[in-house]
Each structure stands twice: as C-alpha cells, then as structure tokens.
Design a protein around this ligand. Structure first.
Ligand code: ADP
Length: 358
C-alpha cells in the first residue's frame, strides 16, 4: 500500500514536468522482456505518439517489440533492468529513439525509485543536434573558404612583389625622393599583406587534424621562457611562475597561447618600466590560469574588441605587432572548451585569465 501511494505522488508530480519522465517496473529482475510501462508523463507520450491507454500497464515487448530487435534499444532496456538491480543511476547520454511515426535524439538518464521500479528522464535534443551538425559543416566550409582565398591571394601578391623587385633593380638609385617614398610604401604594404595572409592561414589551421595529449605545463613554460629568452633578458623581465598542472590539450596551440600572453605582458609597458609577469593557476571546476603584468593597461571599452583578428589599439611605431595574438589565444582557449577574459587598470597593469575545463 505504501509503495502504491508513493507511486501516485510521483506520477502527479511528473505529469506536468517540461522534460519527459517515465516509470518502469521490472517484474522479473533476470528478464529484460518483463519490463512494464507503469506511467509515462505527457512529454513522453507525445514523443512516442501514443495515448495513455496504449501504454500504461503494458509491457515494452507488447507496445514496442522492435526495441528488442536492435542493439541500441536492447542496451537501453538492459539499463532499466541493471538500475533496478543495483540501485545505481545511469546517465545514458545521447540515445536514438524511433518508431514507425517518429525518430529523434534524446538526452537520457535512468534513476532508481525503489525495489523494481525505475524512472527514466529524457529531453528531445534532435533539433539541437541537427543545428550542431549544421554548424560544424558550415565551420568546415568557412575554413576551406579562408584557406582557398588565402592561397589564391598569394599568387597576385607574388606577382606584385616580383614586379616591385624588378623596378627596384632597374631604377636603383635613380628614383626621385617622392617616387622613392611611394615605392617604399608599396613594398611595406605588400609585406604587411603577406604577413596577414600567413597569419590568417595559421589561425585557420589551429587545432586542425590534431589530437589532444597529456601536457606538463611546467615543461611547456620552460620552453616558452627559452623562446622568449632574449626578450626577457633585454627587458630584465621579472618572471614568476607557480607550479603548474598536467593538463589534456593541444600542445603547440597551448604553447602559442602562453607565449602570446607573456610576450604581450612584456611588450605593452611604459618606457623605462621593468616588466613584472606572474603566471598563476587555480583549480576551480577545471583549471583557471592567469597572466598578470604591470603594463600600460587596457581601457574598459576595448576589453572585447582586442580579441578580434587584426585589431590593435596602438600604431606599430608605438608597439610592434599585427593584432592577431589575442585572436589566436581566444581560438586556442575555445578549442579546449574554455573562456578567456581580463581585468585591467589603465597605467597599472592587466591580468588575462583563461579556463581549461578538465
Ligand atoms: P599585437 O600584440 O600584435 O598588437 P594582440 O592581438 O596580441 O596583437 O593584441 C591586440 C591589442 O591588445 C594590442 O595591440 C594591445 O593594444 C592590446 N594588448 C594586448 N595585450 C596587452 C597587455 N598585456 N597590456 C596592454 N595592452 C594589451
């Protein structure tokens, strides 16, 4: 009697929930054909395109015998049995369900109620999954497009460069000041364009066709410090690093990320200041790294736009660079499903943070 009362309360509670909930009873714990629908809420009935009368109190084998005919269906029903047997909940993740009228993808978990009763919770994510596939396809297309256009742009650029070199050789020392200035401007522009195309291609290829590996960040930072050796020495940078973790990620990309953030911290300084760079890490639902500097700072209104490709706040005369470093950083962090952000005070310094979920 007590069991029935509990079940009634559960049924009433579940019926109007916006997610699908169904209660099953496994009559014989050793027989997956003995699983019976006790109750399906409105969402599940809608997903199955069935009425209460067609389902309630019936066995799965009577209502949906096809479920026993393929691996996916069998695995789900076996999970109901297992959860009833062990009392331990199971998250099934994404599950495909179809009958003669519907087909879709569902996020699905199975929970123990008591004795031989379990309940299953499901959410229809068919549209979300389709959008994800579509987005991935469009992203791939865009990458290919960028790659083709960038390569194609190199040809005419090479022609311009060759003609410029020919002119330079032919008229060496014979150009007047004005023409000489125009000529230099043209050469600088083509060089800049070549750099931009290369950087676009680099940006595009980040993470492509690579596998994540286990990375000791202490070793990674040692390598970065070696690469930046001359810069650190010339500027007498004071560089502090905490002990860092071992993480799972894309090695070359992560190295680029640390290198960009650290070298920006060294670069964007008031003249005459000795750079102080501190690299720290916290374990809070995954890793959160921070790179702190005592540089010129970044105004509030520029905090988002500096992550865009080719976006700079200064001329190359003030601080050299091409404005791709942080765009690369953002892409690398997002490849690892993390986020990048910053705190800054003008004239005092900036701290960049990025998270790497584990
Ligand atoms: P680049 O360093 O080539 O200019 P980035 O994409 O790395 O390109 O940075 C974009 C802009 O963000 C820089 O031009 C600079 O204005 C600003 N910036 C980046 N890092 C810092 C920093 N640590 N302190 C102050 N400004 C910064």
């Amino acid at each position: 009697m007590k069991d029935l009362l509990n079940l009634e309360i559960l049924k009433n509670t579940f019926d109007d929930l916006p997610v699908g909930v169904g209660i099953f009873k496994i009559e014989d714990i050793n027989d997956i054909k003995s699983v019976r629908y006790v109750f399906m809420n409105k969402v599940v009935l809608y997903e199955m395109r069935k009425t209460r009368d067609e389902v309630f109190g019936k066995k799965i084998i009577e209502v949906a015998p096809e479920a026993y005919e393929h691996e996916g269906g069998l695995a789900v029903i076996e999970t109901y049995r297992k959860v009833a047997e062990t009392g331990e909940d199971v998250n099934l993740g994404l599950v495909e369900y179809s009958n003669e009228e519907v087909a879709g993808t569902y996020e699905c978990s199975v929970h123990h109620i008591q004795d031989n009763y379990v309940y299953v919770m499901l959410r229809n994510v068919t549209e979300l999954e389709q959008k994800k596939i579509e987005l991935e396809r469009k992203n791939k297309e865009l990458n290919q497009y960028v790659s083709i256009v960038s390569h194609d742009l190199k040809d005419p650029l090479n022609s311009i460069t060759i003609v410029l070199q020919l002119i330079e050789r032919e008229y060496a020392g014979r150009l007047d000041d004005k023409l000489d200035k125009f000529f230099k401007y043209l050469t600088d522009s083509t060089t800049r364009m070549r750099t931009m195309i290369t950087e676009l291609l680099d940006f595009n290829s980040l993470g492509q066709g690579k596998e994540k590996t286990s990375i000791d960040c202490n070793e990674l930072i040692e390598n970065v410090q070696n690469d930046l050796g001359a810069k650190i020495k010339n500027t007498q940078t004071n560089f502090q690093v905490e002990t860092l973790p071992i993480i799972n990620g894309y090695k070359t990309e992560l190295r680029l990320l640390f290198q960009n953030l650290i070298s920006n911290g060294i670069k964007f300084q008031k003249e005459g200041t000795t750079p102080n760079i501190t690299l720290s890490v916290k374990n809070e639902n995954g890793w959160t790294f921070s790179v702190q500097d005592n540089g010129i700072g970044i105004a509030e209104e520029n905090k988002d736009k500096i992550f865009s490709m080719f976006q700079r706040l200064h001329s190359t005369k003030e601080y050299e660079g091409s404005g791709v470093g942080l765009a690369h950083c953002k892409k690398v962090v997002e490849l690892h499903n993390g986020k990048i952000w910053l705190d800054s005070e003008l004239g005092k310094g900036t701290t960049f943070y990025f998270s790497i979920p584990q």
